[in-house]
Design a protein around this ligand. Structure first.
Ligand code: GLA
Length: 727
């Protein structure tokens, strides 16, 4: 990694950020514009990029630059650049909407300066990273600081924007992007993840067009429909070849990713907060920080991009005592009993789990207030001792006596109209005063833009977490924001309240994860409705989807792995016929799909398993425990599946001394040719022993010819092969 500053005639100051596999070059023009000169494969002589003939946008006469044609690093509003701006402002005093950003100065900062109140990538040692800060200013006192951080041994580039009002009159921000990128070649395809409840993370790819394409959320959470991630790839780009420009936003609320190809075929790619209904007043002396955007350039396809995100997010975004620890095997009660339980039933389940040497028993929804369905009690975080037949502590201690830790489900951000909390504080709900509020799952959202509501939530959750020996918390959030407003500040825009909500939520989470450092927190939002890097900063794993069907999970987990480390994915083996899609798959296949290396467990009625099934489950758990250290730290290689509808991946130890290959078939087709699966990511010169057959293979053979895969002649068959280096 290095950041070089150099000077040329045309560009008095230039910046060159270098990662092992990328170069990022900017130059300040003579009239103070910050010009984007290159992002992509490493360049040896960045000076060459600044030749006059490489800068066709400059006219003969200085001062007559037509901004609309210039690759601007961070474009302002109201001027001659008519493409989507990076920042747009309004000065209410005189209605001026211009942000004419000119270069002021720069600073090279050791490590990565941290910001207050937002999730972010961090360093453990200052020498791991370097940061460049470039300051741009508008004559009215608007100051824009652009931050760029690069890490040693990573092709990630982390960007964020800080806006300060150094002037004498208020300014309103209508749009502030975390990163903007002007690329010269529009022949790109846009890859992103779309979905719905129980069908998250579907990969979609389409050509970038001469219009504005956007991926976004206005749901108040990053959402099921789109994920805050997109990549521009060269046509034909696959797992191991092709160029990728990816962007991922470290944020959990309303976001916006846009591509826009202009009349001159230039491609602008922006990512940041959604500007939908957004306005934020900055008084003189105030500042506003955008969330971080993590860009990754890969010249080796999507696989290198994914592993770059995985390493960074697993090691320098996730935090806390669980960051580096493989996770306990759990039993979650949700699909096993839903709301229908009492003490006997729970202990019966817990005993069955303990017999399988499960390590963590998680009580899901239904333990508090008078909640026997999803119609009531959110906000009343008082255990229903009548239903539980004891206190929460007694129940947890019973579970502990069986040799398991105890975990609990909460949905803290919500309030049911049928709750004592709502009856006492109807104005704590997030809604527009004097307007009807839409209920979803019979619930409203608490107004976390308010400090008093945040404080209440910190206290309420602290009381729950202290009330029993709780080792794990599943933090759920089950509805979108609608009619966004606050009784405390009715004049504020929906976009501002939604962002203030996120800042409030982050404060609540920061306080709780700091106060309860030993609890393993898992985030959830009706499955993967808020599976984003913002949440990962507080909670190192997330429930990937409410669809637990092994076959549908192939797309869900495969898509999720495009950005997110498998160590963050929670994946469970559930009952068949599957509760969401009715499909019947074998226990083997369900296990093969679930052992991605993150949160692993079972979500079924363990007491209903046959003896034969219990035996299989016992072996699965035993194998998982033996392998989880390796799985947790392994690197994921999605493999080109040998036949239609197959899904295959390799989990490879970082030192390549060991790997596992998993292959799952969707539909069986008669008369198939033998299946050869080429492995990726392993050492060509090492010899590996396949542990079930004892056969020895040379790495190069597995890389070039592949391994012959044998599957049962049925739908949904699967296999998992383990290879260890021959010493
Ligand atoms: C959400 C979660 C589920 C479960 C239910 C409980 O849908 O995603 O896993 O916890 O809530 O109500």
């Amino acid at each position: 990694m290095s950041i070089q500053i150099f000077h040329t005639d045309l560009y008095p100051t230039c910046f060159h950020l270098q990662t092992p596999g990328s170069s990022y070059v900017m130059g300040v023009s003579q009239d103070g514009l910050l010009i984007h000169l290159h992002y992509g494969a490493p360049v040896a002589q960045a000076e060459n990029l600044t030749r006059a003939e490489n800068s066709p946008w400059f006219p003969a006469k200085p001062g007559e630059t037509l901004l609309d044609h210039v690759p601007l690093e961070y474009s302002g509003s109201g001027m001659a650049d008519l493409r989507p701006a990076a920042i747009s402002v309004e000065w209410p005093e005189d209605g001026d909407n211009i942000a004419d950003l000119r270069y002021q100065d720069y600073a090279l900062l050791p490590g990565k300066p941290q910001m207050e109140g937002l999730p972010q990538v961090y360093t453990e040692k200052e020498e791991e990273a370097q940061t460049l800060r470039i300051t741009l200013c508008d004559a009215k006192g608007l100051q824009v600081d652009l931050f760029y951080t690069i890490f040693d041994n990573s092709d990630a580039l982390i960007r964020r924007t800080r806006v300060s009002n150094k002037g004498t009159s208020p300014v309103v921000l209508h749009r502030i992007m975390s990163s903007a990128l002007d690329l010269p070649d529009p022949r790109m395809e846009l890859v992103h993840l779309h979905g719905a409840w129980a069908r998250e993370f579907n990969e979609e790819r389409m050509p970038v067009g001469h219009f504005c394409q956007c991926i976004s959320s206005t749901k108040g959470a990053s959402g099921h429909q789109h994920n805050p991630f997109a990549a521009l790839v060269t046509p034909g780009c696959n797992e191991s070849a092709g160029e990728v420009y990816a962007a991922s936003l470290v944020y959990s609320g309303n976001f916006l990713i846009e591509t826009d190809v202009d009349a001159m075929d230039q491609l602008r790619f922006t990512i940041g907060l959604n500007d939908w209904c957004f306005s934020w007043q900055l008084l003189p002396g105030e500042e506003f920080c955008s969330p971080e955007a993590v860009l990754v350039y890969s010249a080796q396809g999507l696989g290198h991009m994914s592993r770059t995100y995985h390493r960074l997010y697993q090691n320098r975004l996730c935090r806390g005592s669980w960051r580096d620890r493989p996770r306990p095997v759990l039993l979650n009660t949700w699909e096993g009993v839903y709301f229908d339980f009492n003490r006997d039933k729970l202990l019966h389940l817990a005993k069955a789990a303990a017999e399988q040497e499960i390590e963590l028993f998680v009580l899901d929804d239904g333990w508090f207030g008078h909640r026997d369905s999803d119609n009531s009690s959110l906000g009343d975080w008082i255990p229903n001792e009548k239903k539980l037949g004891c206190t929460l502590r007694e129940l947890a201690e019973d579970v502990n006596r069986l040799g398991m830790k105890f975990g609990l489900w909460v949905e803290p951000e919500m309030v049911s109209p049928d709750s004592d909390l709502y009856r006492a504080h109807p104005d704590w709900a997030l809604c527009r005063p004097n307007r009807p509020a839409t209920l979803a799952r019979t619930q409203l959202i608490l107004d976390l833009s308010r400090t008093d509501v945040q404080d209440y939530l910190i206290d309420a959750m602290s009381s729950v977490f202290e009330s029993a020996p709780i080792a794990y918390i599943k933090w759920d959030m089950n509805r979108n924001m609608t009619e966004i407003g606050s009784f405390a500040s009715p004049e504020k825009s929906a976009g501002e309240i939604a962002h203030r909500y996120m800042l409030g939520l982050y404060r609540v989470m920061e306080t709780l994860v700091t106060r309860f450092p030993d609890i393993l927190f898992e985030s959830c939002a009706s499955g993967g409705g808020r599976f984003d890097p913002g949440m990962m900063y507080y909670m190192p794993q997330a429930w990937t989807s409410d669809d637990s069907d092994a076959i549908q999970r192939l797309d869900i987990q495969g898509g999720c792995s495009l950005v997110y480390p498998p160590s963050c994915m929670s994946c469970h083996v559930s009952a068949v016929p599957n509760h969401q899609v009715g499909r019947v798959t074998s226990l083997d296949t369900r296990w093969n799909v679930a052992v991605m290396g993150g949160g692993f467990g079972y979500e079924l009625n363990m007491t209903a398993l046959s003896d034969e099934e219990k035996e299989v489950v016992r072996k699965q758990i035993c194998t998982y425990k033996e392998d989880r250290g390796f799985l947790f730290t392994s690197e994921l290689y999605r493999l080109e599946a040998p036949a239609d509808g197959m899904f295959a991946y390799a989990q490879v130890a970082p030192d390549k001394s060991r790997f596992a290959v998993t292959c799952i078939r969707r539909m069986f087709r008669a008369q198939r040719a033998p299946l050869w699966l080429r492995v990726d990511g392993i050492a060509p010169d090492k010899q590996y022993v396949e542990t079930s057959s004892g056969e020895t293979y040379i790495g190069s053979e597995l890389l070039s010819r592949g391994i012959h895969i044998v599957l049962d002649d049925v739908d949904f068959a699967s296999t998992r092969l383990n290879f260890v280096e021959k010493k």
